[in-house]
Design a protein around this ligand. Sequence first.
Ligand SMILES: CCCCCCCC/C=C\CCCCCCCC(=O)SCCNC(=O)CCNC(=O)[C@H](O)C(C)(C)COP(=O)(O)OP(=O)(O)OC[C@H]1O[C@@H](n2cnc3c(N)ncnc32)[C@H](O)[C@@H]1OP(=O)(O)O
Length: 249
Amino acid sequence: MAGSLGRLFRGFQSFTSLPATRAQLSHPPAFFSSRTMVTLPSFLSSKPRDFSLPNSSWGPEMLRLYELYNSQCEVETEGGEKQEGSWQRLPSYNRSLKFATGGVYLSKIIQSKARLFTRNIREQGAAFEYVLFNNKEEQRCVGIFQAGHLLEGPPGHVHGGAIATMIDTVTGTHATILSGPVMTANLNINYRSPIPLGSTVLIESSLDTKEGRKTFISCKVTSTDSSKLHTESTALFLSINVSHLLRGG
Ligand SMILES: CCCCCCCC/C=C\CCCCCCCC(=O)SCCNC(=O)CCNC(=O)[C@H](O)C(C)(C)COP(=O)(O)OP(=O)(O)OC[C@H]1O[C@@H](n2cnc3c(N)ncnc32)[C@H](O)[C@@H]1OP(=O)(O)O
């Protein structure tokens, strides 16, 4: 159990890309060394699919924004050398902890059929299509989200729970990057204008403040040209010891 916990904790750390972790891991996952993150760690027994890469269901606006941020993940210097840019694309797997731990199966907390909620539908484009980019210097995280037809709430528009899920996903990932293992303690959402099904929106998360175990984050969901505010929210994340998850909270 202690070994599993240690691996789980390292999994969290690898997700958050803490500099100290780079030195600790003898085989650092590929996303440490490349900001475009298309190669996978060699020690994985199976190749996980990275759901944050473009697929044929992505519309022109989703692709345009992906290219916009992705092009800022790696920049070329005047001398023609490649350098890390201001943004980092975050990979996304349907069994995050399994892959974060290098394929180690944590049976106590991860059931074999368990899948990340937002990545559990096989049909591309049917539900949550999204990609997250993080800007470490600005302490900002951006999600580009294309809402599929299975997310309907009010006719022709996205369900409020699906919007909340995406806000929790972007802010929760952002808080994990900033603070390590966390859980959502409070999520406050104001829905200002409905999101049409099939449309692409921007979800922007920014750090408000950190106080001890508490990470306070603000988030806005807007149209891709930022002219229309769909949703605004604030969230509180509490740092946890991973044993919190094993105890059942
Ligand atoms: C899980 C980590 C994710 C990492 C992912 C890594 C891989 C990435 C892969 C894919 C990315 C996808 C990303 C998705 C992210 C989704 C995240 C979620 O949705 S998490 C599920 C929903 N949340 C719960 O189920 C929590 C249930 N609640 C609890 O377990 C506890 O209440 C907890 C841990 C939140 C706090 O419990 P205590 O015992 O540790 O702390 P106490 O003593 O109660 O509070 C500490 C301080 O915080 C304040 N506090 C606590 N709850 C508060 C609240 N709701 N509002 C305001 N203040 C609160 C208290 O007043 C206290 O403040 P004073 O120290 O006195 O100043």
